[in-house]
Design a protein around this ligand. Structure first.
Ligand SMILES: [Cu+2]
Length: 271
């Protein structure tokens, strides 16, 4: 007996959706997450990866199947059947991508908003509640809003061909590596000396352009102690590929020790 093709299609479609979901949930292509907003970002990536897997396997699968199933047999010399339009099919293949794209667009907006991306940078008012626009820390009702009451640690970042320089105004420390305490908001005030650079920490899932003559700001809260690469993500000259640094996330007490042993202006009273 013959199984109706609608049932076969349904079963294949369900297998495809389940397989895509499994792959999206179980295969992680991202580096470890080390900031408050990283899990939010990863949520979106997982959804996009799931949709991408379903589309890729579905489309390539159908293509390969059709190449084999409908290939020209020996002795077949005539033209194919002339098919002119199929309204239900056209509605279907227009509606499905439209819904998927609309969903991805709205969901991306929501994720970007939860990461704090919709708050204007306000270059001219850097003192205005730095801790309120912490990327990833501000989503109301979120369980991630720990430590947003702590004051943000300000750090000046200067980018130049081909290095990042970090300056801590509070202790007048200048460093080639960025040291930050875990679980405390940090606000970077960034400016470039020469050309456009970009400050990128893949483990934080954050990237921000660093522009000459136009300060930019990036706020984040690191969560996982460790050493992570800082990568320049804007082609800035012949040694752009070597423009890397390191962010060291310390436990708060270790960071305090690092800070007081390097601070020039304050903390002379501590033993
Ligand atoms: Cu650069």
């Amino acid at each position: 007996m013959q199984i109706p093709s609608a049932i076969v299609t349904l079963v294949i479609g369900m297998l495809l959706a389940l397989g895509g979901l499994w792959i999206g949930q179980n295969i992680n292509l991202l580096p470890i997450d080390a900031s408050v907003n990283a899990p939010i970002y990863d949520e979106l990536f997982q959804v996009l990866f799931t949709i991408g897997t379903i589309l890729f396997v579905g489309i390539v699968g159908l293509l390969v199947y059709s190449l084999i199933r409908f290939r020209r047999r020996s002795g077949q010399l005539g033209d194919g059947i002339a098919i002119e339009g199929n309204l239900p099919l056209e509605i279907f293949w227009t509606a499905v991508p439209a819904i998927v794209v609309l969903f991805v667009g709205l969901y991306s907006y929501d994720i970007y908003d939860r990461m704090g991306g919709m708050v204007p940078l306000a270059h001219d008012h850097m003192a205005v509640s730095g801790e309120e626009r912490i990327w990833g820390g501000i989503s109301s009702g979120s369980t991630l809003t720990d430590n947003t009451s702590a004051t943000a640690l300000p750090i000046d970042v200067t980018a130049m061909q081909f290095a990042f320089l970090f300056h801590y105004p509070e202790g007048d420390i200048t460093a080639g590596e960025l040291h930050v305490p875990a679980n405390r908001p940090v606000t970077l005030h960034m400016e470039a000396k020469d050309v456009i650079h970009a400050f990128w920490v893949p483990e934080f899932r954050l990237k921000q352009d660093v522009i000459p003559g136009q300060p930019t700001q990036l706020s984040f809260t690191a969560t996982r102690p460790g050493r992570y690469p800082i990568v320049c993500a804007e082609l800035c000259g012949p040694y752009h590929g070597g423009m890397r640094s390191t962010v060291v996330v310390d436990e708060p007490d270790e960071w305090d020790a690092w800070f007081s042993s390097n601070a020039k202006t304050e903390d002379t009273t501590t033993t």
